[in-house]
Design a protein. Structure first.
Length: 265
């Protein structure tokens, strides 16, 4: 089911999670979901269950939506709808993911059905999306409200791109912003250039698109700088390029030849 299909309240899906299977029996017998929700409040969401040595089952949850719930930034790479557990107040969707998964997401409850294009419906999801109220872990500005903050799922005990690494100041290089104009592409865009200090030129260059998001939200250059300072990576440059407008983006994201030639691919 794609983002353009709102999830009807009556649509249901049998859960694969053992915990939710047991809860479904409780609900069918007339029982309450209160104990389940108290556990989720205490442990924090999403709910994580073991699958095997390399995978875990992650279940995203929402309580008490009236009509639908979508997950923005799902492991499947789409804006997936959650499903209602019977006639209860539990909305859920499970994914089997690698045991070291790290990702950010938002949840969008009661998204209005838009009589328009797929892009219009996507905007409705974006407007409704907010941080998971039962997940204490977030990425981004801690003082931001729930609409401007992402929830964080981090199953790995050790990560290079951690919140702590992103908060470190630049010590091994510099980051500059400038406008890049191209007659070849027929447009201009802001780029950020990270350059390590030193007399010798860097041998490697990493190009990142959606560069403004990578730096302003995740401080990627700071993470890269720290890895170079600790000799986990060789001295490398990085070009963080801002995204094109939506019509151009969809075309160039599909490896448009001219766009690839411009960036030397």
């Amino acid at each position: 089911m794609k983002e353009t299909s709102a999830l009807p309240r009556v649509q249901m899906l049998e859960p694969e999670s053992p915990t939710l299977q047991a809860l479904a029996k409780t609900v069918a017998a007339g029982g309450s979901t209160d104990a389940f929700w108290q556990t989720q409040i205490r442990q924090g969401t999403p709910m994580v269950e073991p699958v095997d040595a390399s995978h875990k089952r992650v279940t995203f949850l929402w309580r008490g939506a009236r009509g639908n719930v979508f997950i923005l930034g799902s492991p499947a790479g789409d804006h997936d709808p959650l499903f209602r557990l019977g006639k209860s107040d539990v909305w859920f969707r499970s994914y089997v993911v690698p045991a070291d998964t790290v990702m950010q997401y938002k949840l969008a409850p009661d998204v209005p059905v838009i009589d328009g294009s797929a892009r219009d419906q996507r905007r409705a999801i974006l407007v409704s999306a907010q941080a998971d109220p039962l997940n204490p872990n977030t990425f981004g500005e801690q003082k931001a409200d729930r609409w401007n903050r992402y929830s964080l799922l981090d199953l790995s005990p050790a990560r290079y791109c951690s919140v702590q690494a992103a908060a470190q100041p630049l010590v091994s290089g510099t980051l500059t912003r400038q406008m890049l104009s191209s007659k070849f592409l027929g447009n201009s865009r802001e780029v950020m250039l990270y350059k390590p200090r030193g007399a010798q030129p860097a041998r490697w260059t990493l190009i990142l698109f959606d560069g403004q998001i990578y730096q302003d939200d995740y401080h990627f250059a700071n993470v890269l700088d720290g890895l170079i300072a600790r000799h986990h990576l060789p001295r490398s440059m990085s070009c963080l390029s801002t995204a094109s407008t939506t019509p151009r983006r969809s075309k160039r994201a599909a490896a448009e030849p001219g766009f690839c030639r411009f960036y030397g691919a």
